[in-house]
Every structure is written in structure tokens, then in C-alpha cells.
Design a protein around this ligand. Structure first.
Ligand SMILES: CCCCCCCCCCCCCCCCCC(=O)NCCO
Length: 601
């Protein structure tokens, strides 16, 4: 290196002397010219790349809008529709829809048409669909040709798919223009499974750029709105799914979750979802972001409009076919014995994690779920997860942001940056020491967020440190399990996010809320999210009472002022069980739902 450097230096000195011999002052002109043209070329190349990215972003967005328009025209040309029948179809719960399709009372194509029309209608209001899947029509037509004994478990059920999953013939870019316009050749595993079960993937849905935030906007498709309040976000990153399902435009969909991306939109849009144990459902064919990081892994999972729908779909997905497609998915099919276990369960509960206060409606939701479970004969006892904020800061954040945001920065080089990712993007760009100091300053205003960002700012630097991190994660898993076992728990209920949907674009103010969801990604425990209640006027009154909701940090202060006018927004409960006990999660959710569904305000 030094030798090379000294050669270069000697060469420059020689050229300088030679030029000065020819004409004194010439070397300054030549070197000045070279430096200026290098700088100009650099700026021009970067500028051109940015211009090209902007063009790609614009064209990709327009192409998606055009695709929706083409479908709308196609549907209009089909002739008269029966709006009442279509409304009947889209109002059906998933299990009723399945029955009618199975019995042949409804045709796959008419169900598809009803949902295509409804999804486009919902999309006009909420901007939740990225583009239609045109092949859906041919699939539905084929399904209608099958004889009754050829019908599969999800015969004719339309399924929406988060845009981050591969769908053959469509690109999969997560909002990075470098991946746009490169159609993939093969459906992702979960899309394949749905098709093999007779379901009809029919639309793709919106997400935030890079998928690592719970906002839901990107430069190509813009921001998605919340179905319960147009000024609020739907949560993310599977926000398009949450918004479309919550708005009635889909009955079931596919999301992905590494830090809460299925559960957060479920809470904010009032839908049901399940983040499974890693590898219980194959995640092959999801855009490979952070894919070399396997301390905390992303997992695909179902989202549905109703509880029975979520159970039905999960049961259908956990088939031998999944294991055949991806041998790393253990051959562990839906365990009826766990789901149908007759004996009462021991269920732990907590209403808040130390350091991040829980909105009064979130506390009430857990207490209502607790009452429901007690009514069903279960024993519900208090349980506090050990060192949650510390574990998420020192383990989850180091694992997921240990690259200093380098992967995202690489894909975003000369790209159009969405507002929703500016905080993490620019934090990643800061020199390490400065970032650490900024994190400390953040900690004065928002202590848990400061702690999270300090965690992200002090990642392991050497392989040995990565090993130690892995080791610490294992140790925390053991510590948590010991606490779980000491209470002899079968399951756990708790808030999934400690506040309702926030005003769109303000998600950075409440980032610390992720400790409620990320904890179970870190532990790799399956976790479901379900709506239980809605914000009431009385809750909002209590929100302003410092003895109920102490305005201790920036997050709490923000929630108090942002929750003005949120009466009616959905709030859910998170249900957790041990790895590979998805069936127990579903059973607890079902028992809560049976009671709370009838009384939900
Ligand atoms: C590199 C330094 C960055 C420091 C700043 C980090 C602050 C960011 C706060 C973390 C936010 C994480 C939110 C997680 C949301 C859910 C993500 C998810 O589950 N995505 C699914 C992917 O398929």
C-alpha cells in the first residue's frame, strides 16, 4: 500500500517537474484541470444516477397505477354486475366463503371479480394496493373447471400478497429502484403453497421502503392510509395488507415480520395476524434484505379479517407441501392436539413493559382478554418479561443494525429516499462516535429510544464479538424460558403496540414502541395479534391523567397529543407461546375472540 502510494507520489512529482520545465505554471493548470474534471465527472455520474433512479421510481409508480386502471377498465367492460351479490360475497367471513366455494354455490371467478372490484375501490381511498396480479383470472377460470372432488382446501379464495414476496413475472424491489423492473422467475414458496391449496393470489400490497420501519410509504407507490382514519398510518411494514384487509378489500393476505411487521398493522387496522416461529412457514422467495443476518430472522405469516379465517389458513398452510418445497421447514404439520387441548391453560399477562408506558386502551384490551380467558376456564397470572428494553437494545438492535445501515445505504445509493426512512438512514451515515453521542442525546428526551439507538450504534466489530452476541442471545432465551417455566405458562397475553395508529409520517416519534413486538422476534416465539376493543372517550380522558399514563418521555408526550380524536380506533392484544406452538397461540386468540367479538365496541 505504502509502496504503491510512494510510486504514485513520485510519478506526480515527475510529471509536475516535467510540465514546469516546459512552461512554468503549466503544471498548476494541468493538475487543476484534472481535479476539476474528476470532480465534475463524479458529480455528473452521481447526478445522472439519481436522475435515472427518479425516472425509474416515477415510471414504476405510473406503471402500477396503469395496471390498476387496466383492470378497472377490464372489469367495466365485462358488463352488468350484481352489486348486492358482490357485497354479500365480500361480507362473508373466510370460513363461510370457503363453504360456498366448496359446495359450488359460488364460482371462483365471481368471487375473484367481487374482490378485484372491492380491492380497487378500497385502494382508491387508502392507496394500499401496488398492482393487480393479472394471472388471477386464468387461475380462477381453471378452478371453476374442476370437479368437486378435485377441489383443494382453499379452493377459490382470493389472497392478497405483500409486495415483498416474489410473484412470477413481477418485480420485487422493496422500494429500491436498483431492483425495479426485474421480473422474478418463480413464485415465493408461500405464494406457491397458497396456489397449490387452490387459493388465488390477486393483488400485491404496499410497504415502506426497505421494510425496516412501521410506517408504510415508499417513493414508487406513496403512502398508505389507515382504514379507520385517513390521516393516520396503517402500521408497517405489512401496512398495505393491514389497510386492504381492514378496509374490506381482502379476506386473507400474506405479510412478513422481523420486528413486528405483521402484528403492528394488525393492531392499527383491526385485523388478525400470526408471526410464526422462524421456518415453521417457508420464507424462501421473500426479498432477501438482511438475509445474511441470521441471529434474528424474518418470517412470513398470514393476516386475516376474522379469527376463524386466520385459523383456517394457518391450518391449510402447515402441510407436507411446505416441507417438500423447503426441507428446512420441519415436517411439523398443524397440531390438532395442541389446538384442541381440552384442559385449561395457564396464561401469563402484562399490560406494560418497564420504560415504555402503555396507552389506557391497550391496558384495558389486555384486561378484557384476561377476563375472557378466565371465563373460558383458563388460569391467567401476572408475568413480566425479564429485562425487555435492555434485551431488545443490546441484542435485537445489534443483530439487525450491526451493519451500520450499510446494506440499506448500498441499495439507496443515488436513489430516491423516502421520508419514512430518513432517521435510520442518516443515523447510519453519521461517523460512529458522533452517532453514539447523538444516541446519548436522544436518550435524554426519550430514554428507551436512546437505549435502542445506542444498541444499534455499538454493534459487534469482530467475528468473535458476533459469536459473543449470538451467545448472549442464547443466554437471554434461556433466561426468558426459565422465567416462563417458573410460572408454568402455556401462553402469554400482552399489548402488541402500546398505542393506536399514529398520524401518518410521525412514526419516528414512537419508535420505542417496537420493544413490545421485537422481543418475540428476538426470542423466536410465535406471536399473534388480534383486535379486542377500540379507543373510547373515557380512555382518552385517562390518557391525560398523569397517574394513569405518566408523560415520562418524548414517546408518551407525543402519544398524548397525537391521540386527540382517536375514538373508535382499534386496539388489539398480542398472544404468545413457545416455539412451534402456533396452535396454542391460535387457541388462546380464538378463546379471547369468542368472548370479545360479541362485546367489541
Ligand atoms: C444503523 C444505525 C441506525 C440506528 C437507528 C435505528 C433506529 C431505528 C429504529 C428501529 C425500527 C425497527 C422497526 C421494525 C419494524 C418492523 C420491521 C419488520 O418486521 N420488517 C419486516 C421485514 O420483512
Amino acid at each position: 500500500m505504502w509502496v504503491g502510494h510512494s510510486h504514485a507520489h513520485q510519478a506526480v512529482v515527475k510529471i509536475h517537474d516535467y510540465l514546469e520545465d516546459i512552461n512554468p505554471g503549466l503544471s498548476r493548470k494541468v493538475f487543476g484541470g484534472v481535479i476539476t474534471s474528476a470532480a465534475v465527472s463524479y458529480v455528473a455520474v452521481r447526478g445522472y444516477r439519481y436522475y435515472r433512479a427518479r425516472r425509474t421510481v416515477k415510471e414504476r409508480g405510473e406503471a402500477a397505477k396503469l395496471a390498476c386502471h387496466v383492470l378497472r377498465e377490464h372489469l367495466e367492460q365485462e358488463g352488468p354486475v350484481d352489486p348486492q351479490k358482490e357485497a354479500m360475497i365480500t361480507d362473508l367471513e373466510l370460513s363461510e366463503l370457503k363453504q360456498k366455494l366448496w359446495k359450488g354455490e359460488l364460482k371462483a371467478l365471481e368471487v375473484l371479480r367481487a374482490y378485484q372490484r372491492k380491492a380497487l375501490q378500497v385502494d382508491e381511498k387508502l392507496n394500499c394496493v401496488t398492482e393487480p396480479i393479472f394471472e388471477a383470472e386464468a387461475l380462477a377460470v381453471e378452478l371453476d373447471l374442476l370437479s368437486p372432488n378435485q377441489r383443494k382446501p382453499l379452493h377459490g379464495i382470493p389472497v392478497s400478497v405483500k409486495d415483498s414476496f416474489n410473484v412470477e413475472g413481477y418485480d420485487c424491489h422493496a422500494g429500491f429502484s436498483c431492483f425495479a423492473d426485474k421480473p422474478v422467475e418463480r413464485d415465493g414458496d408461500i405464494v406457491q403453497i397458497f396456489k397449490s391449496l387452490g387459493a388465488v393470489p390477486f393483488v400485491r400490497t404496499n410497504f415502506p421502503q426497505g421494510l425496516m420501519t412501521f410506517a408504510c410509504s415508499n417513493p414508487m407507490y406513496g403512502a398508505t392510509k389507515n382504514p379507520h382514519s385517513l390521516t393516520r398510518g396503517p402500521g408497517g411494514s405489512s401496512g398495505g395488507e393491514g389497510s386492504l384487509i381492514g378496509g374490506g378489500g381482502s379476506v386473507v393476505g400474506i405479510g412478513s415480520d422481523i420486528g413486528g411487521s405483521i402484528r403492528i398493522p394488525c393492531q392499527m387496522c383491526g385485523v388478525y395476524g400470526l408471526k410464526p416461529t422462524v421456518d415453521r412457514i417457508s420464507n424462501q422467495g421473500h426479498i432477501p434484505l438482511m438475509s445474511g443476518q441470521n441471529l434474528v430472522r424474518m418470517t412470513a405469516g398470514p393476516m386475516a379479517r376474522d379469527m376463524d379465517g386466520l385459523i383456517l389458513v394457518t391450518e391449510a398452510l402447515l402441510t407436507p407441501r411446505m416441507h417438500q418445497l423447503d426441507p428446512y421447514v420441519p415436517p411439523l404439520f398443524f397440531q390438532d392436539t395442541l389446538y384442541e387441548k381440552k384442559s385449561p391453560l395457564v396464561v401469563g399477562f402484562y399490560t406494560a413493559i418497564d420504560g415504555v408506558h402503555s396507552h389506557p386502551t391497550c391496558v384495558r384490551a389486555v384486561m378484557e382478554a384476561k377476563t375472557a380467558l378466565t371465563q373460558q376456564g383458563h388460569k391467567v397470572i401476572e408475568f413480566q418479561p425479564p429485562r425487555a428494553v435492555e434485551a431488545v437494545s443490546n441484542l435485537f438492535m445489534k443483530a439487525c443494525f450491526g451493519d451500520d445501515g450499510e446494506e440499506t445505504a448500498l441499495y439507496l445509493k443515488d436513489d430516491v429516499l423516502d421520508r419514512s426512512v430518513t432517521f435510520s438512514y442518516y443515523m447510519g451515515k453519521l461517523p460512529k462516535r458522533l452517532r453514539y453521542m447523538v444516541s446519548r442525546l436522544i436518550g435524554f428526551m426519550d430514554p428507551p429510544l436512546g437505549q435502542l439507538v445506542v444498541g444499534a450504534s455499538t454493534p459487534p466489530r469482530k467475528i468473535l464479538e458476533w459469536w459473543y452476541l449470538q451467545d448472549k442471545i442464547q443466554a437471554y432465551k434461556r433466561e426468558f424460558f426459565a422465567a416462563w417455566q417458573s410460572r408454568k405458562l402455556d401462553a402469554l397475553i400482552c399489548p402488541g403496540m402500546p398505542f393506536p395508529a399514529v398520524t401518518a409520517g410521525t412514526e419516528d416519534n414512537v419508535l420505542a414502541g417496537i420493544v413490545y413486538t421485537t422481543l418475540y422476534n428476538l426470542l423466536n416465539y410465535p406471536a399473534g395479534m388480534m383486535p379486542v376493543t377500540t379507543v373510547t372517550q373515557d380512555d382518552l380522558k385517562r390518557l391525560k391523567d398523569p397517574s394513569v399514563y405518566p408523560p415520562s418521555g418524548a414517546l408518551e408526550k407525543f402519544v398524548i397529543q397525537d391521540c386527540e380524536g382517536t375514538v373508535g380506533l382499534p386496539i388489539g392484544v398480542q398472544c404468545v407461546s413457545l416455539p412451534y406452538h402456533e396452535e396454542t397461540v391460535l387457541r388462546v386468540m380464538k378463546d379471547i375472540d369468542t368472548v370479545t367479538k360479541t362485546t367489541r365496541n
